[in-house]
Each structure stands twice: as C-alpha cells, then as structure tokens.
Design a protein around this ligand. Structure first.
Ligand SMILES: [Fe+2]
Length: 499
C-alpha cells in the first residue's frame, strides 16, 4: 500500500554524455521507494568532465610505523604520463613533496565473472604516498599533485589530518568501528541492488561527528561491489569526507575476497570475481603482504590486532602465529587497551544464521582463538559480517566470567567481551529466538561502535545508531596496570618457580 509520494526532478547522464531531466513521482510503500510517472522535460547539450584524469578521493591510512600516514588516491595518470606526489607540511609551516607509488590491474587479475566480464571497467591508477616522521598529534595540511611531462601541475583540493599519537601516549583517543556498510545514494536513483539501506545514514553520522573521531576501522564487506568495479569509485567518493581527514583502516570480508580455487578460506563466490584485488589496491593497509590482509596497529594507548577471516586462521597457520605475536608483544603498561578485530564472528553471535549451525559463531573460530584471547587478556573483540549489534558478557569457554554489565572496575574481566558491529548499512540480520545466556544487549538496527580511551585506566565503549547518532548501549572499564597483571584462569602458567 502506498503511504507517501514525493515529486522529484531526476537528472542523469545518458551514454552520449547528455544530461537528461525527468520529473517523476517517488512513491513509498511499506518497504520500498520506487519511481512512477517519469516525464521527460529537457535534454542538455553534450557535457564533459573538465579533466577526466584528475586526482580524486584521497583516503588516509596509518603506515607501517606509528608516525607515518599514507595517502591513497585514484587518477587517470599512469607513470609515463605524470609524476604523482603529495605536497604536505605542518599547518602554516614549510611544504615538502613526497613521491607516490602507482598501482593498477588488468582484467586478467580478476578471478571470474562479473569482475572479468560485464562488471569490468579500467580502474585507472591508484597511487599511495608515505608521509613519514610526523610529530604526534600535530595538524598537517596536504594536497595531491601530478607533475605532467610538460611541467604543468594538476592539483587536488586542500585537506588536513592530525598525526597519530605515539604508542603509549596519554591523550584523548577516539576510535570508530563497524562492518558491512556498503554504499548508497541519497535518492536511490542509481542503486544497483538496493541492499545497503543504512549506508548513507552511517556515513552522514560519522561526517557530522568527525571532529570527535580520530581513526575509523571498517572491518570488512566494504562496498559490496561484488565484481561491479565502478562501485568502488562510488564508495570512495561517499567516504571521502571521512577518509581524507582521519585514517580509514579496512579489513577483508567475504565480499572482497572469496572465490573458489583462489586460496580463500571459504570457497564461495561472494566477491563476484574480485578475489581481493580491489580491496588490497584501493585501500592501503600496513600488512606485510597486502594479499593477506592481517596486520597490527599501534594507536596511542591502543593495540589493534586485525585478522583476515577470509584466509585460514587456525592454529599453526601463518596468520595464527601473527595474531599471537601481535597480542603477546604489547606492553600493557603503555598500551592497556588491546582490541581484536575480524570480519566474520569468531567469538559469539545470536544471529539466526549461526544459531542454526549450533555454533553461535563461525565454526572453528572460538576453538582456535579463545586460548589466545584468554592468555593475553584481550578485553574486547569486535566483528562484522552479521548485520546487527550485539554485546556479550566477558566470557571464556561459553561461561560468563563477570556479572557486571556496565562498569568493569578495579580488576581484570577474566574473559573477553565480544561485540558484533555489522550494522554499518547492509540489510539487517535476524537474531535467533533462543535466549543466549551470554548476550547482554542486542539491536536489530543500523549502527556503529566507538571506543574512547581517556587515559591508561579509563575506557568508554559506546554503541550508536546510524539513524540519530545517539548512544543506545555502553560500558566502561576502569582499572590500574596491576589489575592487568593479575592472573586469571588460563592466563598464567599453572606452575611457577614460586609454587
Ligand atoms: Fe560478510
């Protein structure tokens, strides 16, 4: 049943580069927007881009060391056409030029259809420049340049960012984390599959609150291009206001990586033939091998260990060893807030999808990792993939280890709090009707989570809805270093010299 109607002017370009103007009615029934009664009112003269090669969509990411910021962008200039670089420097200080590396790929790099067939489009060139030896928390300005062979310069607009804090630095540090956002359009007029209903709201909330965000983690299922390559450009355009100002760190999801016979842990076709090439090229990550997207990040008082669930993580694998090293090598006196991130739910979820399997998580995930989370006292693990929000009690081996729900004070949690934050934008996932005893808060809605470290002893966790940016769930951790040192079950050797 139709409930609302709006008059709209619809403008788009046709295949011969004319602007087409329609007047139409946008109708809304219980679940969908759709167009009715389009009426052609005008056709423009032929139009063209002022410079189709212009540098676009700068996106920041942390580099391999804490004091390095990388800038990645897309252009139509190959290395024989122009020299790509970033002009940058401290606000109101001297400017320098840092050269950029240039990547691209061909249709042959795609693993199957539609990425190799109807979804293929020449991606242009993707450049990354490394801005090094930054001073902690200093504001830097930058713009992208291409020096053409005839010695003219093509410039982007002007941008700025705040340099990261050094590992262990005591300062206010605010981190936003979500998965599965995808891309969208305000009027939906060019939507391909209308799957990511919450995407625009999430993006707009982050833009509105950007002055209170220092770094963003989008933990997999990034734009759901699924082999239709131009959608990556739609996505990088959508997140540009965020990604050009704060580091935009990604993890790999099934919709970026999975393809049969290509080494992905899951042998499905969710990437539409991209088999990870787009994700690892369009966004920089400080992984030692960008085809295997696991890495660690030191950000002030935080250590993030980011897993790649689309590659084998089980005990004995290269990835498992990396994650253990990431968890084991952190100095908790300097970086007390250790956060495990992954796309698929390796811990706990009440999603109907996992409940039907009886595992309440990705099979083998918990069995593989819970000894590490416990041994290295990981406070919080956050996942996407399941499109809703859920928070567990601190938990180890299916048993809640702490009865507190909102303020964990003065001692170790004895377990890990597992959070699903996959409500970034893609169609929501239903919960099971079973009552899962470890689940503290569930929300069937779009949203994201925010971690705020005030100092080495105080951390605030918040879940915010994308529709209004308000907090709907939260907890605090307050404790001293000695509390982290205390032994809990399976976190210290059972026999010591003292005993
Ligand atoms: Fe996913």
């Amino acid at each position: 049943m139709l409930t609302e109607k709006f008059m709209f002017t619809d403008i788009y370009t046709n295949s011969r580069a004319h602007l087409i103007f329609h007047i139409c009615i946008l109708a809304l029934d219980d679940t969908h927007f759709f167009w009715i009664y389009p009426k052609l009112v005008a056709v423009s003269d032929k139009i063209a881009f002022a410079n189709p090669n212009a540098p676009l969509y700068p996106r920041l990411a942390l580099g391999k060391s804490w004091n390095e910021m990388t800038v990645t962008w897309t252009s139509g200039y190959g290395i024989n056409d122009a020299e790509p670089f970033v002009q940058w420097g401290p606000k109101e200080g001297d400017r320098m030029h840092s050269p950029a590396e240039t990547l691209t790929f061909t249709r042959d790099s795609m693993c199957g259809a539609p990425a190799r067939t109807v979804g293929w489009r020449d991606p242009g060139y993707i450049h990354t420049s490394h801005l090094k030896e930054l001073w902690p928390n200093k504001i830097y300005e930058y713009r992208i340049g291409h020096k053409l062979n005839n010695v003219t310069y093509i410039w982007s607009g002007n941008y700025q960012f705040t340099a990261p804090p050094f590992p262990g630095q005591k300062s206010l540090q605010r981190v936003v984390i979500f998965g599965d956002m995808g891309k969208g359009e305000v009027d939906g007029s060019n939507e391909y599959n209308n799957f990511q209903h919450g995407s625009i709201n999430t993006t707009q909330q982050l833009i509105q609150d950007l002055e209170n965000i220092d770094i963003v983690f989008h933990i997999g299922d990034i734009c759901y291009a699924n082999g239709y390559l131009p959608q990556w450009d739609q996505f990088t355009a959508q997140v540009e206001p965020i990604a050009s100002a704060v580091p935009y760190m990604i993890a790999s999801g099934n919709h970026e990586r999975d393809w049969p016979g290509t080494g992905s842990f899951y042998e499905n076709m969710d990437s539409g033939g991209e088999c990870g090439v787009l994700a690892q090229t369009m966004f920089y990550t400080p992984a030692s091998n960008r085809a295997k997207l696991w890495y660690s990040i030191d950000y002030g008082m935080f250590r993030f260990c980011i897993a790649d669930t689309e590659h084998d993580w089980r005990e004995g694998t290269e990835q498992y060893k990396f994650i253990e090293h990431c968890l084991a090598s952190v100095d908790r006196q300097k970086q007390p807030w250790i956060i495990f991130l992954a796309h698929r739910v390796l811990g706990y979820s009440s999603c109907i999808c996992y409940a039907e399997e009886g595992s309440f998580a990705e099979p083998m995930g918990r069995e593989s990792f819970q000894k590490l989370w416990q041994k290295y006292k990981v406070d919080i693990a956050i996942y996407g993939h399941v499109h809703n929000y859920e928070r567990t009690c601190p938990i180890y081996q299916n048993i809640c280890t702490n009865e507190e729900k909102h303020h964990y004070k003065g001692r170790t949690l004895n377990g890990t709090i597992h959070v699903v934050a996959g409500g970034g934008g893609a169609s929501l996932s239903a919960f099971t009707s079973l009552k899962t005893k470890w689940s503290i808060f569930k929300d069937y809605d779009y949203g994201f989570v925010k971690l705020t470290a005030f100092d080495h002893s105080n951390l605030l966790f918040e879940y915010k809805k994308s529709r209004d940016g308000k907090v709907y769930d939260s907890f605090k951790i307050s404790r001293d270093y000695r509390d982290i040192l205390a032994c809990t079950m399976d976190s210290c050797p059972s026999i010591t010299m003292a005993s």
